[in-house]
Design a protein around this ligand. Sequence first.
Ligand code: CA
Length: 223
Amino acid sequence: MLPPEAGVSVLVVEDDSGIATQLVRALTRGGYSVQHVITGTEALAADDHDVVLLDLGLPDGDGVEVCRRIRARSDTAIIVITAHGEESDRVLALDAGADDYMVKPFGLVELQARIRAVLRRIKPGGGDVLRYGQLVVDTRTHKVSVSGEDVQLTPKEFDILQCLAADPGRVVSRQEILETAWDSHWYGPTKVLDVHVAALRRKIGVPGLIETVYGRGYRLGEA
Ligand code: CA
């Protein structure tokens, strides 16, 4: 089945090319359709999207004013992104109609959770449950079951499983899982991933469900 993010469009307004590249890549992998612009002027000229990720420090002026103008014309979900210490800007942005804010640096798992949360407020009843055979992954409550039996996972195990279950059959690279489940800037040893995957397999208890694709990564296979 399609992940809940399928068909959701996101506008990324961010002038830092490094951050923008990470965001676009992660969101695209997560099933969102993504447009990236650099300036507030471009953001206001863009088509409507379901979600706007709006950096408040833009090259052509005040992100709070951009937020206010987007809100004046549409019900799109707005999540503002601020640098550490810009608390007054966050308050102004929330007053200007932003739904939520995130402070840099933030993890991509948290970002996707925030996006799902704002979408639930805007589009209640949207799907949050990934199903694959006997496996059910509820991305809202973080409950997992196999053949109707609840499986207790740690947060990391859940994040890894969610990466795989979002697009069953696709090979998800080790780096992609590390970036999603740990942090957007994970440069540490990747052995830690094997340890968590081993525990995850043990708890899921379905031989062959989580396949190792040697030299590439993991995927959900035919159980
Ligand atoms: Ca900026």
